[in-house]
Design a protein around this ligand. Structure first.
Ligand code: PMP
Length: 415
């Protein structure tokens, strides 16, 4: 048996590894456009005003700010109530409230979106699915999370190529492969909006076709909603994929459940606090399915990290509870989106790149340049402009001080 010396070196994280390199780059003009963290036009990561107000209220409340005890395994009950109200009330007012009333939603406060995906993956792999489908391209961590949490069979579906979505190809592939592999049950990851890394989302009409196919093939939808609000500036509005899944009467139910992995990292700027949730919507029946799913979620969380942290969820609970803070939060999200859109259109003008990709239909934090990994390398080594190898850049790292430099460098390497 080989010992500890034989452990192979794991590949560095494709995104966070670049941040480490950036820190040791001594170029004066260096620009970090790698990670999806919102920065203001002065390049600062600031706390959203709504969140800062909630923090002040917590500071002033002795009971809240001195409570360091454990939360329950699946999180704070008040957080659950408010987040369920937000996701299955305001974000999906058609069928959502009834699902909650009928107690058909199994819910856990999770370690942000990644934690939600990890817990979902475990539950799926233990009981429900043998194969999971992930878009190509996608957030690279999807592969990691599903592989580390029970899936040996992870497959890519074609999503985007040469500046365009390839929905027909995607659905044709699913039809042929899932139909011919009926022995397995298949789950599928869907980016709810602001697809990472491309920023390109299907139209409503395309979503209808996509969801019809998934439903017909009896696949289990796993909605990854990490950027709710960053498409339109209005968080409830951006939950349209969830609404379509729940409201379309032809999907009277999702027979093996519907999974929603949600995060407040981006839309509340609570990145490091790890605040998110997993909701599993179960079909209507009276055999105690929800309670059984609840019990398994508890078992998974208990064995992985016991219970989630408290502070960030208190902040989110307050923002969602107080009408004034909620209104301010919506303003904060709208403000972030207006800046991102401004940067996108300013870059569009400076770059004059109509041919590379479809600028108008890109949403969210990222701009997908279409640059090859070689060009991305050159951008880093020659100009100290850092972006991910897939050609994605984070728009919020661009500001008045560096936009001309970034665009000049992009143009130079794309020649
Ligand atoms: N899904 C996607 C597509 C993402 O881009 C991210 C964040 N980069 C996440 C999930 C999870 O993020 P977090 O764990 O910070 O909520």
């Amino acid at each position: 048996v080989s010992g500890i010396e034989a452990i192979p070196r794991a590949a560095p994280d494709r995104i966070l590894g670049l941040t480490e390199q950036f820190a040791s780059d001594s170029c004066r003009n260096k620009v970090n456009l790698t990670v999806g963290v919102y920065k203001d036009s002065w390049g600062q990561v600031t706390t959203l005003p709504s969140v800062a107000m909630a923090q002040r209220q917590i500071d002033e409340d002795v009971e809240l700010n001195t409570d360091l005890s454990y939360l329950p395994i699946t999180g704070c009950p008040e957080y659950s109530e408010k987040v369920l109200g937000f996701l299955f009330g305001e974000s999906s007012p058609g069928s959502g409230p009834q699902l909650v009333r009928q107690q058909r939603v199994s819910f856990a406060q999770t370690l942000s979106g990644t934690g939600a995906l990890a817990v979902a993956s475990k539950l799926l792999a233990l009981f429900l699915a043998q194969t999971v489908w992930v878009p190509q391209p996608s957030w690279p961590n999807h592969w990691n999370v599903f592989r580390s949490n029970g899936f040996a069979d992870i497959r890519a579906y074609p999503y985007y190529r040469d500046g365009r979505l390839v929905v027909d190809e995607w659905l044709d592939l699913l039809r042929s492969q899932v139909r011919s592999d009926r022995a397995k049950r298949h789950a599928i990851v869907l980016h709810a909006c602001c697809h990472n890394p491309t920023g390109a989302d299907p139209t409503r009409e395309e979503w209808r076709r996509i969801l019809d196919t998934i439903h017909e093939l009896q696949m289990i939808p796993v909605i990854d909603m990490a950027y709710q609000g960053l498409e339109s500036g209005n968080p409830p509005k951006d939950a349209y994929v969830l609404r379509m899944c729940l409201d379309e009467s032809r999907y009277d139910c999702w027979p093996n459940g519907l999974f929603l992995c949600q995060s407040f990292a981006k839309n509340m700027g609570l990145y490091g606090e790890r605040v998110g949730s997993l909701s599993v919507v179960v079909p209507p029946n009276d055999s105690g399915t929800r309670e059984k799913v609840d019990s398994q979620l508890k078992q998974i969380v208990r064995s992985a990290y016991s219970s989630p942290p408290g502070y960030g969820s208190r902040v989110a609970t307050l923002v969602l509870s107080k009408p004034f803070l909620r209104m301010q939060w919506y303003k904060d999200v709208a403000f972030m989106v207006s800046r991102l859109n401004q940067v996108r259109s300013d870059m569009h003008e400076l770059l004059g790149w109509p041919a590379l990709t479809d600028f108008e239909h890109q949403h969210g934090m990222f701009y997908y340049t279409g640059l090859s990994s070689k060009q991305v390398d050159l951008l880093r080594t020659k100009y100290s402009v850092y972006m991910t190898a897939d050609g994605r850049l984070s728009l919020s790292g661009v500001n008045d001080q560096n936009i001309e430099y970034v665009c000049k460098a992009l143009k130079a390497v794309s020649k």
